[in-house]
Design a protein around this ligand. Structure first.
Ligand code: CA
Ligand code: CA
Length: 213
C-alpha cells in the first residue's frame, strides 16, 4: 500500500502566455538535501501545448533555476511511456526507485546537455532524438522541450494511445521531487500516476494542483 498519496484539486483552465496550458501545479513540499541547489530541484509546475507542426511542447518550471546544479549530479528527468505492455519500471540513470508507468525512453536534462536512455526491450530506440531542448529561461526558471510525435509514430505510437509523461528531479540516486507523487522518497521511491498529455490537451482537461497532505 502506497501511503501519502497526493491530494489534488482541480484548478481553473489556465491559458498561459504563448497558449501553453497548465497541466500540474505542485504546492507540495520536496526532498531537501540541504545543499545550495534545493530550489533548483523543486518542481513548481508544468504546462503543455501543440506547436504548429503538431508536436507537443512542454514547459517545466522550478523554484529557482541554477545552472551549477546541473553541472554536477542533479538533473531534470522526463520519462515517456508510449507503448503498452513494454518498457521498464526501474528508474533510469541509476536513480533509486520504480514507477507504475513503464517507460520506453528517458531523458536526463542537464542544462543544454541531454542524456537519453531506452528501456531494455526497446533497443531500436537507442540514440533516437525524441525529445529536444528548445529553451532554458533562467529568468523565469523554466525550460522548454519538444516531444517529436512523428518519431513516436515511427515507433508504434498513435494519437489514439495515451502518451504518458512523468517528470522528476534527482541528485545522484536520490529522487528529490516529482509531479507523480509529491513524496516518492517517502513511498519507497515509487512514482504513481502519470498524465496522458495528448489526451489532456485534446479534451481540454483542467489542471491539477498537488497539495501537501
Ligand atoms: Ca515541488
Ligand atoms: Ca510502456
Amino acid at each position: 500500500m502506497v501511503k501519502n498519496l497526493r491530494i489534488t484539486t482541480e484548478c481553473p483552465i489556465n491559458q498561459e502566455k504563448d497558449n501553453f496550458k497548465t497541466v500540474i501545479i505542485d504546492k507540495a513540499s520536496y526532498n531537501k538535501l540541504n545543499d545550495e541547489f534545493d530550489p533548483t530541484r523543486d518542481l513548481i509546475s508544468y504546462s503543455a501545448k501543440y506547436d504548429e507542426n503538431k508536436d507537443i511542447l512542454i514547459k517545466i518550471k522550478v523554484q529557482k533555476y541554477m545552472r551549477n546544479a546541473f553541472e554536477s549530479d542533479s538533473s531534470i528527468v522526463v520519462l515517456l511511456d508510449f507503448i503498452r505492455d513494454s518498457g521498464s519500471y526501474i528508474l533510469p540513470f541509476h536513480i533509486r526507485g520504480a514507477t507504475d508507468h513503464w517507460w520506453e525512453v528517458a531523458y536526463s536534462i542537464k542544462n543544454e546537455k541531454l542524456l537519453m536512455q531506452n528501456s531494455e526491450d526497446t533497443p531500436h530506440l537507442k540514440d533516437q532524438k525524441i525529445i529536444e531542448l528548445l529553451q532554458i529561461n533562467e529568468k523565469d526558471s523554466e525550460i522548454k522541450l519538444k516531444i517529436d510525435l512523428k518519431k513516436l509514430k515511427q515507433f508504434g505510437w498513435s494519437e489514439n494511445f495515451p502518451l504518458y509523461v512523468q517528470i522528476l528531479t534527482h541528485k545522484g540516486e536520490i529522487i528529490t521531487d516529482s509531479f507523480n507523487d509529491p513524496k516518492p522518497y517517502e513511498n519507497a521511491n515509487f512514482l504513481v500516476g502519470a498524465m496522458p498529455i495528448n489526451k489532456f490537451l485534446k479534451y481540454n482537461s483542467k489542471c491539477q494542483e498537488i497539495h501537501p497532505h
